[in-house]
Design a protein around this ligand. Structure first.
Ligand code: FAD
Ligand code: SF4
Length: 507
């Protein structure tokens, strides 16, 4: 009996379940770079290069460990361009008795895999992805019958399950959540250690050349590629984060500074999502730093919550909500995504900064994604599907299982509150408090109307006003609606006109 073990580009882990019990003498591993995956949305060039290079390095690692690996590069003339085509080709050549694969991270790919047994006439064994802490079944059991799917309660379950930062059945430090000690604005001019970057080796250089040639029209820059593409280098990024950035992680988690795209963030999502690092090992590493007195509890708890809380929760929601979740459009928004999302060419300094950094690095940190690009799209009433596609294209850590709920649920509230309790909508005041972007902007965050007024201000009130029937009963929005009601009729009309004229200009 010989099996074909198919390993996808985000399954680059020696402990991936499809390799469990593999027979190195008889089984073969198939890995393939295919056009269909690289182009179903126009992914950032750095994202494609990162995944292909990490795949090629992982294939070499497997060969070194004695596996037989069949690998198709993107520029190989016989490459059929799709997973199904490559599995078909490999099956014809190797004549396996069965196919084995770990479940993918997308409904779209799952559908394709489910068609293989008919197409190929072979048994297809689909295995659970053990890299995640919460299985689909566990999430369903937790979610079913609940009035609201509050992340905080899910997170506590995950703390209990993993034992992370626990003292018996109680949370370490007596509290589950130390967020009240986090979320300070960052101090400009503070000297920070540099995040690790890696010089492209021969494999990465070859990939960079191929991506430059094959995907010239895709978003983003290839120059300055510095990602880790092997597990050993990803572990160096993890160690560097724990040593240099974790102690301040909590405090500056929500801060934004001009010219500092990374601050104290971990830059680990690329590696965890692709399989080079395991979520649990990353959390254990942070927990160790706390026990050894190298990082305070507020920082470590905040970090662990992002991974066993938000990350697992997003994945749970994605599979629980079903494939139609992508169609959600609670506010009925139809406006097209403004062209400056592709170029960064706008006078609004916050947007221009975040989009330009995204073009350069295929990265923006959480608050930049949520409160700058996401917030603007929400306030301006952009079609959520276009917003979702943009996020899927532009970030090197974007895979639908994690990107979609973050965009549709958390950022755009397009699911009407299935995931979150209120929309993350904010005026220029919030951006001014949490960043230094406004100081060098031609707009004034304190003005609501007039030629210098920050567009986020009128848009914020206009968003609440036009969605009054859907939002005014939300208890978390009572205060802003009360403030809006207290404004004079004239002020409200002026604000509506300001927003309408700005939105007309967008088109
Ligand atoms: P850190 O700030 O250092 O956080 C540590 C880790 O926690 C991250 O590496 C990540 O694994 C996890 N994490 C933190 N927040 C979240 C979250 N909300 N959901 C899931 N995991 C989280 N994350 C992705 O991995 N892929 C995406 O495509 C993606 N799209 C997003 C879109 C929007 C609109 C928003 C608001 C958030 C999105 N996120 C996404 C979540 C988050 O922004 C990124 O995980 C984070 O910015 C990655 O950078 P980092 O590794 O430096 O994170
Ligand atoms: Fe952004 Fe408004 Fe601040 Fe300009 S003034 S940076 S548009 S929030």
């Amino acid at each position: 009996m010989s099996r074909l073990i198919v390993i996808l580009g985000d399954q680059l882990s020696r402990s991936i379940s499809s390799l469990d019990g593999a027979d190195k003498d008889h089984d073969s591993v198939l890995m393939c770079e295919v056009m269909a995956e690289a182009t179903y949305v126009g992914h950032h060039k750095k994202k494609i290069a990162f995944i292909f290079s990490a795949m090629r390095h992982f294939a070499d690692e497997l060969r070194g460990a004695g596996y037989k690996v069949r690998y198709t590069t993107i520029d190989e003339p016989t490459n059929t361009g799709s997973f199904t085509g490559e599995v078909q080709r490999a099956s014809a050549a190797l004549r396996p008795s069965a196919i084995c694969i770990t479940e993918p991270g997308e409904w779209r790919v799952l559908k394709e895999i489910r068609s293989w047994s008919d197409t190929l006439g072979l048994e297809v064994e689909l295995r659970r992805d053990h890299r995640f802490i919460c299985s689909h079944r566990e999430f369903r059991q937790w979610a079913q019958g609940r009035k609201s799917l509050t992340m905080e309660f899910f997170y506590r379950e995950m703390r209990r399950k993993t034992g992370l930062l626990m003292q018996g059945d109680k949370p370490l430090g007596g509290r589950w959540n130390f967020d009240s000690e986090n979320r300070k604005p960052a101090e400009p001019g503070l000297l920070r250690p540099r995040h690790l970057e890696f010089e492209p080796d021969a494999i990465t250089t070859e990939v960079l050349n191929a991506v430059g040639q094959l995907f010239p029209g895709h978003f983003g820059k290839l120059e300055g590629f510095g990602f880790a593409v092997t597990r050993s280098d990803a572990l160096k990024v993890l160690d560097g984060f724990i040593e240099d950035f974790l102690p301040k992680f909590g405090e500056t988690q929500d801060a934004m500074l001009q010219g500092e795209p990374w601050l104290n963030h971990s830059l680990l999502s690329f590696y965890i999502n692709v399989g080079l690092l395991e979520p649990l090992e990353v959390c254990l590493s942070a927990e160790r730093a706390y026990h050894e007195g190298r990082a305070p509890l507020n920082a470590v708890e905040g970090f662990v919550r992002q991974i066993i809380g938000w990350r697992e929760y997003m994945r749970g929601i994605y599979w629980f909500a079903g494939p139609d979740y992508a169609e959600s459009n609670y506010f009925g928004n139809t406006r097209a995504l403004p062209s400056f999302y592709w170029s960064g060419d706008t006078d609004m300094n916050c947007l221009s900064t975040v989009i330009t950094e995204t073009i350069d690095h295929a990265y923006a940190h959480h608050i930049q994604r949520l409160m700058i690009t996401g917030n603007f799209a929400l306030l301006a009433g952009i079609d959520p599907k276009q917003v979702h596609q943009w996020y899927l294209e532009v970030y090197a850590d974007a895979y639908e299982w994690v990107e979609l709920p973050n965009v549709i649920g958390m950022s755009q509230f397009a699911d009407g509150g299935f995931l979150g309790t209120k929309p993350y909508a904010a005026s220029g005041n919030y951006i001014n408090r949490m960043s230094d972007y406004c100081g060098s902007c031609r707009f004034d965050p304190k003005q609501r109307v007039g030629s210098k007024a920050c567009p986020f201000n009128a848009l914020y009130w206009d968003f609440l006003d036009r969605n009054r029937d859907k939002l005014s009963s939300n208890h978390r929005l009572v205060q802003p609606y009360a403030t809006w009601s207290r404004m004079s009729d004239e002020s409200r009309d002026e604000t509506r006109r300001q927003a309408a004229s700005f939105l007309a200009g967008l088109e």
